[in-house]
Design a protein around this ligand. Structure first.
Ligand SMILES: [Zn+2]
Ligand SMILES: [Zn+2]
Length: 97
């Protein structure tokens, strides 16, 4: 069994990754929203990621993606290349320089 893959217009065939809607929107609008990720499973090089606001919301539910935390998450699929770009950008670097 291979990993799930996705074909990106920019990066071609890549591993599929999941991030919150704000990370995707922030990448489009060039607005930094922070970059946090789950530590499970530890062998995943590109774990599910979410923004600062989602991180604050999930703290209130003791780390469970339920209620308001889940409601605002609206996870979106990103290719591995776009994920790396998003991580750099939201961590404060400029991936386009
Ligand atoms: Zn978010
Ligand atoms: Zn991509």
């Amino acid at each position: 069994m291979g990993k799930p893959t996705i074909t990106c217009e920019t990066h071609g065939l890549q591993d599929e990754t999941w991030v919150c809607q704000h990370i995707v929107a922030g990448l489009e609008n060039r607005k930094r929203v922070g970059f946090f990720w789950t530590t499970e499973p530890p062998e995943n090089p590109r774990p599910d990621a979410y923004c600062h606001a989602c991180n604050e919301r999930v703290k209130l539910t003791n780390g469970e993606w339920i209620g308001a935390a889940l409601e605002h998450l609206e996870p979106k699929c990103l290719c591995g290349g776009c994920y790396d770009l998003a991580k750099k950008f939201h961590s404060g670097e400029n991936p386009w320089s």
